[in-house]
Design a protein around this ligand. Structure first.
Ligand SMILES: [Mn+2]
Length: 274
């Protein structure tokens, strides 16, 4: 066919034959500093055109895993409805045996995905890579927003672990959820499914400047890869990637990094080592 919609890695596998389902959520509702996440799913799909589906690190080829791109969820409705519609989609995908890859959008979407995954699987733990603790009880009068999303998500799961945090508010730093990448394996439960939430600002802003709230002193690309490697011993069932703000990186490298990390993650979690 000579005409096709923009899709991640030009994915064209029929839904029935795909293991991985890409789902965009261009939500930009509660951002507090600077905008852009609404453009992120399209920017990541476009950037994926410039990278190969092969992971040299995990020695796996995404083509062999099978990928479909379902397009974007409608976000032009109240926030609570966006989250519940993402929750329903995530639940359906997991029940169909798929590995959902949710492309945000602002970090708030993680709450919808986590609720859907919990509904589908019964048990769930959440690993978040994030520069910010996102553990406020409420922020500017909102109980559900990008700054409270990990507090609200924590209420849904058995365990929350956060890697990469370096921006704290008040007593948040004393919460027992922050770990170094090397401690991950001891802090997750091998018997409980893991949802991975990858906030791009966990990376150092010198590597990934196109994010809503850049925070100096972040993880290197290789450190994120080491987190993926540690997760290979666990049952990772899906992931979201959030907070890319394409307007703040005219070089486009941040979007390419996002696309590449999606490929590395899928290859790490779904492919036997070869
Ligand atoms: Mn963050």
């Amino acid at each position: 066919m000579s005409v096709r919609p923009l899709s991640f890695l030009a994915a064209d596998r029929p839904f029935e034959k795909a293991k991985v389902a890409i789902l965009g959520v261009p939500l930009e509702r509660t951002v507090s500093f600077r905008g852009g996440p609404a453009q992120a799913p399209a920017a990541i799909r476009l950037a994926s055109d410039s990278v190969e589906p092969y992971s040299a690190i995990f020695r796996a080829d995404l083509q062999g895993i099978g990928l479909c791109d379902l397009g974007d969820i409608d976000v032009h409705m109240p926030l609570v409805q966006v989250l519940s519609s993402l929750g329903r989609e995530t639940e359906k995908l997991l029940q169909a045996g798929k590995f959902p890859v949710v492309l945000g959008g602002e970090h708030t979407i993680t709450l919808g995905a986590v609720r859907g995954a919990k509904a589908a699987l019964g048990r769930l733990q959440l690993l978040a890579l994030d520069a910010h603790s996102d553990l406020r009880e409420e922020y500017e009068g909102e109980r559900v927003c990008h700054a409270t999303v990990l507090r609200r998500s924590w209420e849904e799961v058995e365990r929350l672990v956060i890697v990469g945090a370096r921006s704290f508010f008040g007593g948040e730093v004393r919460e027992p959820v922050f770990v170094q990448p090397s401690e991950l394996s001891d802090r997750l439960d091998p018997k409980v499914p893991v949802w991975l939430s990858l906030d791009l600002d966990a990376l150092d802003p010198s590597l990934c400047p196109g994010v809503t709230n850049p925070e100096p002193g972040g993880l290197s690309y290789r450190e994120v890869i080491e987190v993926f490697r540690a997760l290979q011993g666990f049952n990772v069932v899906g992931l979201d990637l959030v907070e890319l703000a394409p307007p703040y990186d005219p070089s486009g490298v941040s979007a390419v990094t996002a696309a590449k990390l999606v490929i590395e993650a899928i290859c790490a979690f779904l492919s036997p080592r070869i």
